[in-house]
Structure formats: C-alpha cells, structure tokens
Design a protein around this ligand. Structure first.
Ligand SMILES: Cc1cc2nc3c(=O)[nH]c(=O)nc-3n(C[C@H](O)[C@H](O)[C@H](O)COP(=O)(O)OP(=O)(O)OC[C@H]3O[C@@H](n4cnc5c(N)ncnc54)[C@H](O)[C@@H]3O)c2cc1C
Length: 465
C-alpha cells in the first residue's frame, strides 16, 4: 500500500472516514450483482463537495479509479471497483437542503435516501414520484446516476423527468453547476440530462435540484385476472390508447405469483399478509388523482377495457391497507426469488408496448429451450418487461443462463428495443453496448474521453474493451 496515497486521502477526509480494513473492503467488494466480487483498495466517506473535489484532483493525478456509491443496490456491478481504487461512499452526504413547496422543488445531497425525501416532502403534501422497490436504501444520487424508474412510471415517468439542476465534480476535481431551478430551458446543450443515467462515469453528482408533485388524494387499485398473459398485454395496449393514464399498470406472471405466495405463507413479517389470487395473467392497476369523480370514471372505463380483453375477474382494494398489500406483493417478487436462489439473471428490457406479447412469449419459449425457469413482470405501460432467471452456480448452468440471456437481449436489440429501461448497464451488460448502439457508441466514448481522459471514473463499466 502506498503511504503517500494513504496520507493524502486521510488528510482530505479525516482518519475516521477512510478504511482499508479487510472486513470493510470485503463489505464494499460487491453490490447486488450475483457472484460479483472485487475488493477496492480504499473506502472513503466524504462529508462535502470540497472533499470530493480534493479526492478527485489527487486521484486523477495518480490515475486511481474512483467509484461513487449510494445505496449500493445496483444489480449490474455498477458500483464495484473492478480495477481496484477508491469506493466513494456518499451516504454521509444526506442533507435535504431545501423543500421549496411554492415551486414544487427540492434541493438534496446525493446520499439522501428516496424514502427519506418522500417522508419530508409528505409534510408539504408533495412526493418525488419515481420510486423504486429499493426506496428505503436507494439514494437520490444513485437514482439520478441510473435514471431509475418503475412502479409508477406509466403516469409519472422516470427520474430524468424530475431533474432540473445538478452540482457535479468532474474527474479533474472541478466543481460545476449545470441546469437551473426552472421547469424548462432552451439555453445551450442539455448537460443535466447527459449526467442522468451516466452511472458515475462522467462525474460525481454532489447536489440535485428535483421537481416534486402534489400527492394524489384518491386511488382505485385492483388485480385484474386473465386466462393468459397475452390478453393482459393487449388490454394494457388499449388502456394506453384510450387516454386513461393509470399510475401503475403491472403485469405479473403466474410463476412469480406462486413464488410470492409460497414464501409469504412461511414469512413472519409484513410479507405474511400478502397473497396473489393466482391467474395465468395478472394485471395490477392503479388509478390516482385529485378529483374523486375523475378517478371513478377512469375506473369504470378501465374495467370495461379489461373485460373486453378477457379479464374474468377484477378484485378492487377496499381500503388503504389492502392497496398497500397489493403493492407489497408486487414489490416482493424479486425479493422472494433472491431468497430462494441468490444467483439470478435479471433483465429490464424495453420495446414499444404493442410488442409486449411477442417478447413475453419469446422469453417463455427461450426458457423452455434452455430448460430454465423464467419469471416475468412488466411495467407494462412503458413496454418495460423484466425477466428473472434463477441459476445454480455451476459452470454448466452459468453457461446455459448466459446463452439464454444472450438470446433474449439480442432479440430485443434485433426488434429495435433497448436492453435496459431502467437499471442501466454497469459491468454486467457492457457486452451488448456495441450491438445496441452501433456507431453512436463511439460518440459516447468521445464524451467519456472529454470528461474523464484518464478513465478514473467507474472504469470497466458501460464501455466494452
Ligand atoms: C430488489 C431490487 C429491485 C430493483 N428494482 C428496480 C426498479 O424497479 N427500477 C429501477 O430503476 N431500479 C431497480 N433496482 C436497481 C437499483 O435499486 C436502482 O437503480 C437504484 O435507484 C440505485 O440507487 P443506489 O443509491 O443504490 O445506487 P448505487 O447502486 O449505489 O449506484 C448505482 C450507479 O450510480 C452510480 N452513482 C451512485 N451515486 C452517484 C453519485 N452521487 N454520482 C455519480 N454516480 C453515482 C454508481 O457508481 C453506480 O454506477 C432494483 C434493485 C434491487 C436490488
């Protein structure tokens, strides 16, 4: 270990906020990527933007990799030190600097946890809508860097739709403010949204100005039961075309429902209260709004469309507790699968919504071909279909799951879709970047070179060799 490096880093953050202890390095050697493990050399816990600037100036000079880390819930090895170096643990930077209720905005540090922000915003009847199932761990910095979205994206969009301005520290330590606390601007290049989804490869996000929304007051939430998943997908298409914009429109396949029900039965926590009704195709939908009559009208219209497409039963939540249980069941799908088998290949493919029946069928058939269980859920209004494929850690099974994943992702690219609607690329999916982006990958490389010529920020992520 180089004493000069240790002395300098210790001088910047203070001796209590640097660690090289083996136990700590092991704790930071992985995120949620199955089987991923690579120890960093140092873990630093900076307190403010000035310390981050000093760290980067020094790391850039010495060409030491720096990997920002929020909640560490990336499933793709995005916050792992693949080439060693520094993990920049940002959770000490967790201040909500301002809630501007008049303008529906908030200014936060990157380590603020999504749920923490929503708790504070609720005091003003406001919400940051792009929640993720990991909302009690995921940070706003990590969500911006990954352009996260999910359960409510049908109506409320992705994180990118809420980011107005950023403070970032560039690879050479320069602190830069980009964007403005205004709802739109036509002034110059849109650097803010270049950083959204950049997965830590262009700079460290140290402050975020985001939009908030008023919390809706009325909800109608239901399970729609279908005889097959294709009918479910067709109903979704017509719902979108009808002009109704549900806040949630989630497809859950039968194997996923069964997995949740099995684990819920044995669980002692909140999960023990949930159960899916079990149908070949299940649609969880939610309408929300500020006008009870509008919610009622949308509810009736949506029910009629679902019925037209073969929905045989609709089970409406009678109260808030039931509504929360329905959502908890949905949020638990991956959670229960991981408990059964920690090694799981996870995908979040996206195609135009009308192609959902085709890609779901393709995934199911590919699963049969490789003799692997494929679990499917979808944020269906976006056409964002997730697969989860548990596998044993044997060479033979790893080979099969890789071949199966290649087949699915190559098909998505061939059909004009994208391999990631929300989770990002990280390390695990670098290999598909060339086939998805072709020539434009070179433009991305040029941008990376401009921002980070020494490639110290999150090396071995996004860009294949
Ligand atoms: C069970 C489960 C379910 C999930 N479901 C969803 C889902 O529905 N939708 C979804 O979008 N994601 C989902 N995810 C993925 C993940 O939880 C989200 O992307 C989350 O928003 C990441 O936040 P984080 O703070 O954990 O980021 P991290 O995992 O810490 O970091 C993610 C990436 O951002 C970079 N980064 C972090 N902070 C900064 C910063 N301040 N500046 C620059 N770069 C930074 C990291 O280097 C890394 O590349 C799921 C994960 C799990 C485990």
């Amino acid at each position: 270990m180089d004493e000069e490096i240790i002395d300098k880093l210790t001088e910047i953050v203070g001796k209590d906020y640097i660690t090289m202890d083996d136990a700590d390095l092991v704790a930071y050697a992985t995120d949620v990527l199955p089987g991923g493990f690579k120890k960093p050399d140092y873990v630093l816990m900076p307190e403010n933007v000035y310390q981050i600037s000093e760290i980067l100036k020094f790391a850039n000079k010495k060409k030491i990799p720096v990997i920002p880390r929020g909640g560490g819930t990336s499933e793709l090895g995005g916050c792992m030190a693949w080439e060693g170096g520094i993990i920049l643990e940002l959770r000490r930077m967790n201040k909500i600097k301002k809630i501007d209720a008049d303008n529906l905005m908030a200014i936060v540090e990157p380590g603020v946890i999504c749920q923490q922000l929503n708790k504070e915003a609720k005091k003003y009847d406001l919400v940051f809508p792009p929640t993720v199932p990991t909302e009690s761990v995921a940070t706003i910095g990590g969500m911006v860097a990954s352009n996260s979205s999910g359960l409510r994206s049908a109506k409320y969009g992705a994180t990118t739709d809420y980011v107005l301005a950023l403070e970032v520290v560039l690879a050479d330590g320069r602190m830069v403010r980009i964007g403005k606390a205004v709802y739109k601007t036509s002034s110059g290049y849109d650097l803010v949204h270049l950083f959204v989804g950049s997965e830590g490869t262009l700079g460290i996000i140290t402050e975020i100005t985001i939009k908030l929304k008023p919390i809706p007051k009325y909800f109608a939430t239901a399970y729609g039961l279908f005889d097959n998943i294709e009918d479910c997908a067709r109903a979704v298409n017509e719902i979108i075309k009808s002009g109704i914009t549900p806040a949630g429109l989630e497809i859950i396949d039968l194997p996923s429902q069964k997995a949740v029900n099995q684990v819920a039965k044995k669980s002692r926590g909140k999960l023990s209260e949930v159960s899916f009704p079990e149908a070949e195709g299940l649609l969880l939908f939610e309408i929300d709004g500020h006008d009870p009559d509008q919610v009622k009208r949308d509810k009736q219209a949506l029910q009629a469309i679902a019925k037209k497409h073969g929905c045989k039963d609709i089970i409406w939540a009678e109260n808030d507790e039931e509504r929360e249980r329905m959502w908890l069941a949905r949020k638990s799908v991956l959670v229960v699968l991981v408990q059964k088998q920690p090694t799981i290949a996870i995908g979040d493919t996206i195609l135009p919504p009308s192609m959902m029946p085709d890609i779901i069928r393709f995934m199911q058939n590919a699963g049969k071909k490789y003799d692997m269980d494929v679990y499917i859920v979808a944020h269906s209004a976006d056409g964002n279909v997730h697969y989860m494929i548990p596998y044993a850690e044997t060479e033979e099974e790893l080979g099969r799951v890789n071949a199966l994943e290649n087949e699915i992702l190559n098909k998505v690219i061939e059909w004009g879709g994208s391999i990631s609607g929300e989770h990002g690329i990280g390390h695990h999916r670098m290999r598909f970047m060339k086939s998805e982006h072709g020539e434009s990958l070179e433009l991305m490389r040029a941008i990376k070179q401009l921002f980070d010529p020494n490639n110290i920020l999150c090396p071995s992520t996004i860009f294949p060799e």
